[in-house]
Write a protein that binds this ligand. Structure first.
Ligand code: ADP
Length: 393
């Protein structure tokens, strides 16, 4: 069975085609700068040189048709289903869902909760359905894994009617990644997910921590939007909301300016001027004090969440690092875990930490009560697996 996974953005469509017998990627690529004359479509496949076409891609429909044409030319003209990444499923979608017109309408209706993502995700679904009207298509939601949060974890301490009337609550994101690494960690540890308590740390440009009890998400650091929680590349994560009132009153900043400030100008970038942790790490190593502070802040925030989620879980079997930073930054894993051995029984082995290269590995020392793992994430494969499960069940 072949499954095509699509991640549709406002001006791009990322795709991967999987052979589900052995979960191999047959082809992958990106349609980018949709709507511009410099539009570009790239396809990579295992047995051929990458192909790039540069031409005006007027809209998602043209982009998708071009992608399918390129797949066909590469010998992958047919597949059995399409899995779509959808960022926000609100309280409606708890599981992957077979898409019909009504489901598509509901996804579009959730756009106020994710104005940058859901309209683009829905546009991708709409064109994929018009180009492939008879193919089963499944929506896999970033929020779905966190629909098991208990009420005391997902509610904000605001007037209750704001939850009832305006849907204001914690939804959480990166659910596909947290679910994937939790499952892979359980397989690696050779234990059923139901017997494990995990803290999963997805650390990329966006970053989130999740407390997983017996296979179910019980708390997560991103909130109603992906802004809350950890220090990220350009996002502030947690802060005193009164700072916004203060800035508005003192500088007359508008809502849009505040949104831009917190989402695009803050985090690592706000403190050090650089949003990419590799550059921040290099600057810190050459003595840049603000870069050192930015790294310390990110590490400290992760550590606080490890502490909080240890309390929420009661017992932690393993901490799982994933995402570009979690998988590659020796320094950030160290900052996040240092000083946790006496209180929480978390001891990173410095040699294992710096020697890590790839795959699922354990990085804790022999004395550590809590295991520390790196598990590379693969959100596209998880979407393909869930799509397969949905259409074969
Ligand atoms: P996204 O959230 O956009 O999917 P990734 O998961 O790829 O992003 O993570 C991107 C982050 O990972 C960047 O901050 C990048 O600097 C960091 N990163 C990637 N490789 C390394 C590395 N070798 N050392 C430190 N940080 C790294």
């Amino acid at each position: 069975m072949k499954i095509l996974v699509l991640n549709s953005g406002s001006s791009s469509i990322k795709f991967q085609l999987f052979e589900m017998e052995d979960e191999r990627v047959l082809a992958s690529g990106l349609i980018e700068q949709i709507g511009e004359i410099s539009g570009r479509a790239t396809l990579k496949s295992s047995d051929a040189e990458p192909v790039t076409k540069v031409c005006g891609i007027t809209d998602h429909q043209v982009g998708l048709e071009m992608m399918q044409e390129m797949l066909k030319e590469a010998g992958f003209g047919s597949f059995d289903a399409i899995g779509h990444r959808v960022v926000h499923g609100g309280e409606v979608f708890h599981v992957p869902t077979l898409i019909d017109d009504e489901v598509l309408q509901v996804i579009e209706g959730l756009s106020p909760l994710a104005p940058l993502h859901n309209p683009a995700n829905a546009a991708g679904i709409r064109v994929a359905k018009s180009v492939n009207p008879t193919l089963p298509q499944v929506a896999v939601f970033d929020t779905a894994f966190h629909q098991t949060l208990p009420k005391h974890a997902y509610l904000y301490a605001l007037p209750y009617e704001l939850y009832e009337k305006a849907d204001i609550r914690r939804y959480g994101f990166h659910g596909t990644s947290h679910a994937f690494v939790a499952q892979s960690a359980a397989e690696y540890l050779n234990q059923p997910p139901e017997s494990l308590n995990l803290i999963t740390l997805h650390l990329g440009n966006g970053a989130s921590a999740t407390a997983i009890k017996a296979g179910k998400s019980i708390d997560t650091s991103m909130g109603m939007t992906p802004l809350e929680g950890l220090v990220m590349g350009t996002r502030s994560g947690d802060l005193d909301p009164a700072i916004l009132f203060y800035l508005a009153r003192k500088y007359g900043m508008s809502i849009d300016e505040l949104d831009q400030l917190l989402n695009k100008q803050s985090g690592l970038k706000g403190i050090s001027g650089k949003n990419d942790l590799r550059s921040v790490t290099e600057a810190a190593a050459s003595g840049d004090e603000q870069a050192k502070t930015a790294m310390a802040m990110m590490g400290y925030r992760i550590k606080k969440y490890i502490g909080a989620y240890t309390a929420a879980l009661g017992r932690v079997d393993a901490i799982v690092f994933t995402g570009g930073i979690g998988e590659h930054s020796v320094e950030m894993r160290n900052l996040a875990c240092e000083g946790l051995s006496d209180g929480l029984g978390i001891m990173l082995d410095p040699d294992k930490n710096s020697a890590y290269k790839r795959g699922v590995m354990e990085l804790h020392s022999d004395q550590s009560r809590v295991k520390v793992l790196v598990v590379p994430t693969n959100e596209e494969l998880e979407i393909a697996r869930q799509t397969k499960m949905m259409i074969t069940s």
